[in-house]
Ligand binder design. Structure first.
Ligand code: PLP
Length: 317
C-alpha cells in the first residue's frame, strides 16, 4: 500500500498490527482462511467503489459494462465448479446468502427445520439472536448423542410433525459427511424445499475431496472466504436439475456487483495446478489436525474425530 501511510496513518498502523498478529499467532478458526495477496489486491481494486444494483444486463446504475462482465464471469465459474443451473455471487456474507434463499421461496412466518446451534448448526439457521428467527418459524433437529451423528430418523419424525416448508442441512461444526440424498428424501416426503448451507466445506467440495450436495438440494449456499480460500463473499446456487419452480423463482433483489476477488477462488479450483495444490493442502490439513489432536485427547476432552471426513473436529468442554 503506497497511499495509505500518508493519507491515513492510523488505519495503516492497524493494518500492520493485524498483519503482524496473523504472522505470529495460530488461530484455529474453522470459519477463516488466509487469502493470497492476489485476492486482497483484487478486493481492494476500483470495483469496490462501483454502484451496481441489479443483475448483469439489468442494472439501476450506469457504467456497469465491466461490472457486468465480472459478475457474469463469477456466475459462469460457480456454475461450472459446482454443477449449477443458476448462480448468484455477491460480495456479502453467508448469512445474507441464507436470507436470500429463505426469502426467495418462503413467506415471512413460514416453517423451517434446521440443525440446533448447540449441536453444530449456525446462527442464521434460526437462532433467537439472529434476524432469521424474527422472520421465520424454526424448529431444530440434533445429533444422536451416542454416535455424534445426525439422527436421520429424528429429522424424519420432526419433519412429519412440524411440516416445514424448508429443511436445511449444513453446519458450522459437524465433522461428518451429511447424507444429502437422505435429507432430500425427507424434505420431499413433506413437500418441503431442501437447502444446503455448505459455507464451511465449499472448498473441499470444489476440490472433490468430499461429496457435495448437488444434485440433491434445491438450493445451495456458500461463502468464498473459508475453505474456498478467497476474500469476503458468498454465493447461492440452484443445482442443475432442480425443480423448475426453483429455477424461475430465485433470489430477491439484494445484489450488487461482486468484487473480482469473488471470482478468484473459482478460478483457482477450476484450473489445474491450484486444484492439485488444494488437494495437497487438504491432506496436509488432516495430517496436522491429527498432530494437534494428541494433546487435546490427553487432556480428556471427547473429540469427535474418529473417521472425521471434513477439516473440522470438535472438543467437548
Ligand atoms: C454454516 C455457516 N453458514 C453461514 C455462516 C455465516 O457466514 P458469514 O459470517 O459470512 O455471514 C457461517 C459462518 O461461519 C457458517 O458456519
Amino acid at each position: 500500500m503506497r497511499y495509505l501511510p500518508n493519507d491515513d496513518p492510523e488505519v495503516d498502523q492497524l493494518i500492520r498490527h493485524e498483519e503482524l498478529r496473523i504472522e505470529n499467532t495460530l488461530d484455529l478458526i474453522a470459519a477463516e482462511n488466509h487469502a493470497p495477496r492476489s485476492v486482497l489486491e483484487a478486493q481492494g481494486s476500483i470495483f469496490s467503489t462501483k454502484a451496481a444494483e441489479g443483475y448483469p444486463g439489468s442494472r439501476f446504475h450506469a457504467g456497469c459494462i465491466w461490472a457486468d462482465e465480472l459478475e457474469s464471469l463469477a456466475i459462469a465459474r460457480a456454475k461450472r465448479l459446482f454443477g449449477a443451473e443458476h448462480a448468484n455471487l455477491q460480495p456479502h456474507s453467508g448469512v445474507s446468502a441464507n436470507l436470500a434463499v429463505y426469502f426467495s421461496v418462503l413467506k415471512v412466518g413460514d416453517k423451517i427445520l434446521t440443525m440446533k446451534l448447540s449441536h453444530g448448526g449456525h446462527l442464521s439457521h434460526g437462532d433467537p439472536s439472529s434476524i432469521t428467527s424474527k422472520c421465520f418459524h424454526f424448529k431444530h433437529y440434533g445429533l444422536n448423542l451416542e454416535t455424534e451423528r445426525i439422527d436421520y430418523d429424528e429429522v424424519g419424525e420432526l419433519a412429519q410433525s412440524f411440516q416445514p416448508r424448508m429443511i436445511v442441512a449444513g453446519a458450522s461444526s459437524y465433522p461428518r459427511l451429511i447424507d444429502y440424498e437422505k435429507m432430500a428424501e425427507i424434505a420431499r416426503s413433506v413437500s418441503a424445499c431442501f437447502m444446503v448451507d455448505m459455507a464451511h466445506i465449499a472448498g473441499l467440495v470444489a476440490a472433490g475431496v468430499i461429496p457435495g450436495p448437488v444434485p440433491h438440494a434445491d438450493f445451495v449456499t456458500f461463502t468464498t472466504y473459508k475453505t474456498l480460500n478467497g476474500g469476503t463473499g458468498r454465493g447461492d446456487i440452484v443445482p442443475a436439475g432442480a425443480r423448475p419452480e426453483n429455477q424461475q423463482n430465485h433470489f430477491p433483489r439484494e445484489p450488487r456487483a461482486p468484487p473480482p476477488s469473488i471470482c478468484w477462488p473459482q478460478r483457482r479450483c477450476v484450473s489445474n495446478w491450484p486444484w492439485n495444490r488444494n488437494l495437497k493442502s487438504g491432506k496436509k490439513i488432516h495430517w496436522k489436525m491429527r498432530l494437534l489432536l494428541q494433546p487435546a485427547l490427553k487432556k480428556g476432552g471427547i473429540v469427535s474425530y474418529q473417521g472425521e471426513q471434513t477439516t473440522t473436529w470438535c472438543w467437548s468442554i
